[in-house]
Design a protein around this ligand. Sequence first.
Ligand code: A3P
Length: 344
Amino acid sequence: MMASRQSGNNAQEAASPLASPPHSNIASIIPSLPLETRCPPFPLRRYANFWVPEVILKADLPGIHSCFKPRPTDVFVASFPKSGTTWLKALAFATLKRSTHPPLDGDHPLRRCNPHDCVRFLDANFNQQKDELEALPSPRVLATHLPYSLLPGSITGDRERSGCRIVYVCREPKDALVSAWLFTRKAASALGADARSFTIQEALELFCDGRCMCGPQWEHVLQYWEESVRRPDRVLFLRYEEMLIDPEAHVRKLAKFMGCGFSEEEEEHGVVSAIVELCSLGKMRDMEVNRNGSNMLGVKNESYFRKGVAGDWSNHMTPDMAQRLDKVVEDALQGTGFSFTSKA
Ligand code: A3P
């Protein structure tokens, strides 16, 4: 069962972007939107019920809505930050591109480049990279952290019938929070912010209030889940924890969804396990480019690879803190039919 819910504290925010696409003149209304500066590394603005980095609202969102030309063959990796995006990018790229780049190829792009360089975020410097994205050969794999409701209709299929395929990865909120907190403390300085004194208590309070990049996290997840229920042929909903348990089954599912299921011959030749192995945390972390490289913002590639397990929150949060977040999430999801703990 899906519930149609709405929250927001002014008319600007209350206008559902699902009903009316984001303003083309959003830059002019940004100063009037609620501002959050306590969540490093970016100032956030509350827009259409989500806390979005101001920089994305200013430049990327209008550009994406007015200039991005999706192709029916495009595959989007979508996620709330720190939910397994890097892994899913690698798996989707390796799976979709396996005829040109077999996973055992010693010169495979994923052995030379970080997954974030093989699969670009649409919502990171869109205006600077739009020509490059346009020049990519089909089928393209692209990525986004944007909430579903902020994607242009040309991607979601609301305006054009075909739409693109979207693969979403969801992660248990406490683990997503801890991963984000540790990443922020490590990487913020490259982005011009000092997060060394940012405590897990502060991060938790902000997270519970939805005040984090693209938060509230559960609303982000819920929108994609609802869409995956409504249009399972266009939106595939995956859970990080389940991927960890059986990555091969998920790669098969992913391939089928992307329209490139594995042949018997490929199965016999172990292509699925070769993809899983290529994209495994251990392999990725050991690659020279991920040990010593950085992205164009100066964030070290190694910061994207940490423990990669389920339940690490218990090493950083007290049971009381965990209970607090669990309760916030439980209350928010009531009546939606979605749960982080069970397969809804
Ligand atoms: P932890 O910080 O809990 O270890 P994102 O890619 O969305 O930024 O998510 C980061 C999380 O995914 C980190 O979790 C990171 O360790 C984990 N991760 C990165 N690459 C992975 C891989 N190949 N397999 C499994 N988990 C991976």
